[in-house]
Design a protein around this ligand. Structure first.
Ligand SMILES: [Zn+2]
Length: 121
């Protein structure tokens, strides 16, 4: 299985989800809601005993990393801290919705080259 998180539909409810490995080492396969959480949303998810995950963009790849008390306290969900651009996502439970925040991920760069110049081949 690839380390990248990939979009798909939940087999039970049909809602869009992301599925991927939770960490680089000793990972578990997890399914998360694609909607970024705010601080209150992450608090509610943790009270409900759901895992929360940082979603990083690394080039064209999306990667999940599980959050512990250090990340939750140091980089609160939905708040930009020192250019740390990640979204915090909750583990998927069919029908559960948590308070959301706007995405902090940068959009993918399409092209930085000279589009008016000669082709590179
Ligand atoms: Zn579902």
């Amino acid at each position: 299985m690839s380390r990248d998180a990939r979009g798909r539909a939940c087999r039970r409810c049909g809602d869009p989800i992301l599925r991927g490995l939770s960490d680089d080492w000793c990972a578990a396969e997890v399914e998360v809601n694609p909607t970024p959480l705010n601080v209150f949303g992450e608090m509610l998810a943790r009270i409900a005993h759901l895992g929360t995950y940082d979603l990083h963009r690394e080039g064209d790849h999306l990667r999940l990393h599980s959050r512990d008390h250090w990340q939750i306290a140091g980089r609160p969900a939905g708040i930009l801290v020192y250019c740390w651009r990640v979204d915090v996502l909750a583990e998927h439970r069919c029908g559960w919705v948590f308070p959301a925040a706007p995405s902090l991920l940068r959009s993918r760069t399409v092209s930085t080259g000279d589009l008016d110049g000669p082709p590179p081949f």
